[in-house]
Design a protein. Sequence first.
Length: 341
Amino acid sequence: MSERILVKVRGLKKHFPLTGGVFRKVIGKVHAVDGVDLDIHQGETVGVVGESGCGKTTLGRTILRLLEPTAGTIEFDGEDITEIKGGDLRDVRRQMQIVFQDPMASLNPRITIKNSVGEPLVVNGIARGPKMRSMVLELLQKVGLSEDHLNRFPHEFSGGQRQRICIARALALNPKFVVMDEPTSSTDVSVQAQTLNLMKDLQKDLDLTYMFISHDLSIVKHMSDRVAVMYLGQIVELTPRDIFREALHPYTFALVSAVPIPDPRFTGKAQILAGEVPSPISPPIGCRFHPRCIFAQDICSQEIPKLRDTGDGHLVACHFAGELDFGTSSQKDYAAAVGVD
């Protein structure tokens, strides 16, 4: 991993307006991403985890400018891309790509794989005709497919093969940064391993930088150099350490303890969170996790905790980070049980 920062995000917000009434007036807003600071270094993989609806996918899409940010700044490779448009934005987008969660929905069912993967080359004026075919074949071979697959349609492939095709298409323009939005969620376990190994090999060979979004903490642990934990639109913990062993935020520990352990001898108990996730339309004042936190004090409902460094780049947004006792032995037990000892 390089010390050079490729993606730099400061105070990033993405709010979706809610409208109502006859004249469709704005009556509120969904705080999907609400004040995120994040640095991603060249060549590293930053994993992003959290419950459904916490803002993981919205964060990735906003960084890529697929969604327009409400506030904050986005810098890519030293350039502020927050408000660029037209040809300048197209030039930047050649260096930033995304692999979506559902490969079948990402591919046009009416065109062949050759044309799907080759479309970025044609649109950007890089190659057409025989040259495009040759470049597409090279891309498919990088992801373990062959010439026989060029003229087939998406429905003729398995889920794992379709995801490989989407990865090949994302690599067509030789990007520097790729957002992987749950790339293994639609595949079985054996195919997941192949896809993850492929991604690691491509990262090493092509010097790629990944943002890896997933619900599976074990996969994130395997893939990531650092892990960012999101809750209700904000990053509550960002660590290069083993989150199974060294979680410092109460929400992170609750996530870790909820990982199912397929071992009847394991006696650890999940920390069950009280209540439901608050509405992103009207998030709680102060720490957003405080209504469900068993360690919450008065300050938690009054003051927003800052994301502060507790040592060695381990950032935590908690007023009492490092002072809470989740049960050290319990964390070690979980780490051993999920095979990350």
